[in-house]
Design a protein. Structure first.
Length: 294
């Protein structure tokens, strides 16, 4: 009942009591009226009804008062629950923010630890490299010390050179030596350059010679082919010259024979004309007509 009343709210209390009155009190009054109306008189029944109504009114007021108290307690509990809910939401929000901050701090801490670990490894690597370089420098220093000790005998030699030469100091001797070394290096480089140029020229000459030999071989092949063609053409010329001489000889013979025949025809024509004692008007070069006349 309290849960139902809490659910209805303070604004629906009259409607709630009206419903309770109709559902419970009217039913109870009807039962009382049915059981006692046959044995009591109307006045007594009226008094009893009034008394019952007063008792019921008192009971109803007590219940209403208890209900109000209960509703007050429920309202207080509801306010407390709302306050606790708000506090819980604020706490959850704060906890979520704290968790996010903790995650962020943890991520930053992990990144920082990783960076520190990488820096540590880098420092260790640099330290190892520095130790290696230091050891190499120590070895180099030892070698240089040994070399200085080895070549210290030349110091006396250089001093003697300075005394017996036109140099005034050992440093000038060293400078002169360095100058000569540079000149020697330049000469060697120049000689190397000349050798390289000579080798390059030889390579170019060999390449040029090879190309020209290939061209000469090509031209020799072409010349041989041309000579072969010339020989063939010369042979053809001799053949045709022989044929031409034969043709000319044959033509000369035919011309002589033709002249002889024409002279014979003309002589024969003149003889006939002489025998006939008359002259015929026939041209001297018309052998066909002369032959017909004969």
């Amino acid at each position: 009942v309290a849960g139902a009343m809490a659910a209805t709210g303070s604004e629906d209390l009259p409607a709630y009591f009206s419903v309770q009155y109709k559902q419970n009190l009217l039913t109870l009054l009807k039962k009382l009226r049915l059981t006692e109306e046959d044995s009591l008189c109307p006045f007594i029944r009226l008094q009893e009804k009034k008394k019952q109504a007063q008792q019921m009114q008192k009971t109803l007021e007590e219940k209403e008062e208890a209900f109000r108290e209960r509703m007050k307690a429920i309202a207080c509990q509801w306010r407390d629950l709302q306050i606790k809910e708000a506090q819980l939401k604020a706490y959850m929000k704060k906890s979520r923010r704290v968790l996010q901050e903790n995650d962020k701090l943890r991520t930053q801490a992990l990144k920082k630890a990783r960076r520190e670990r990488e820096m540590k490894m880098q420092k260790q690597s640099e330290l190892l490299r520095a130790k290696t370089e230091l050891e190499a420098l120590k070895n180099k220093h030892q070698k240089l010390s040994n070399r200085v000790q080895k070549y210290s005998v030349f110091s006396k030699y250089l001093e003697d050179v300075v005394k017996t030469s036109h140099f005034e100091e050992i440093q000038k001797v060293i400078w002169r030596y360095k100058t000569l070394m540079r000149m020697n290096k330049d000469l060697l480089q120049a000689e190397r350059g000349r050798r390289e140029a000579s080798e390059q020229a030889k390579e170019l000459l060999a390449q040029y010679t090879e190309e020209k030999e290939e061209e000469i071989l090509k031209y020799n092949n072409e010349l041989a082919q041309l000579k072969l063609r010339f020989d063939e053409a010369h042979s053809d010329v001799l053949t045709w010259e022989s044929r031409w001489a034969h043709i000319q000889k044959t033509a000369t013979q035919r011309t002589l024979e033709l002249g002889t025949i024409r002279m014979a025809i003309l002589n024969l024509f003149y003889c006939i004309c002489k025998q006939m004692k008359r002259s015929l008007s026939v041209p001297a070069d018309d052998n066909h007509m002369q032959l017909n006349m004969v």
